[in-house]
Design a protein around this ligand. Structure first.
Ligand SMILES: [Zn+2]
Length: 147
């Protein structure tokens, strides 16, 4: 379907032969990997088809108002998996989402953005808050020993 700027099929790493072998119940590593890749690409094609420019605008507007994907996305009937999946494959979209989340981070007002406590206690969901949460230990939640 030329004209929409997106490829309808993606280059495959695994051979059609390996993908076909999976359908004939061969379960070796190559057949399994080919099947997994094919399934992933099928889902991506479906996701790309339903993810319209209008939906992108709606998502960005909503995240500006509700800067927490888990809270915001269900209001559009979407999931965080769809959002983060799209962000993995669409660099420009990912940058737009991260910019909106950073600009409107709920932990900003408390000065806790980018800290583990920003994520845990203030609802910060920007990239800096998510990264701080991942890199934190239980003893480093900012609730004690303020320096
Ligand atoms: Zn933040």
């Amino acid at each position: 379907m030329p004209g929409n700027g997106r490829p309808t099929s993606l280059p495959l790493t695994y051979s059609p032969h390996d993908r076909a072998r999976w359908r004939y119940s061969e379960r070796d590593d190559e057949a399994r990997a080919a099947h997994v890749e094919e399934s992933r690409i099928r889902r991506r094609v479906v996701r790309d088809a339903m993810w319209t420019p209008k939906l992108t605008r709606q998502v960005l507007r909503l995240l500006a108002r509700i800067p927490d994907p888990a809270e915001a996305l269900p209001q559009l009937g979407r999931t965080t998996h769809e959002l983060y999946g799209r962000m993995i494959t669409e660099q420009e979209f990912a940058e737009q989402v991260e910019a909106v989340l950073a600009e409107n981070c709920r932990a900003l007002a408390a000065g806790m953005c980018g800290r583990p406590a920003g994520y845990r206690h203030y609802g910060g969901r920007c990239a800096a808050c998510r990264k701080a949460k991942r890199g934190s230990s239980a003893s480093d939640d900012g609730s004690g020993s303020a320096r």
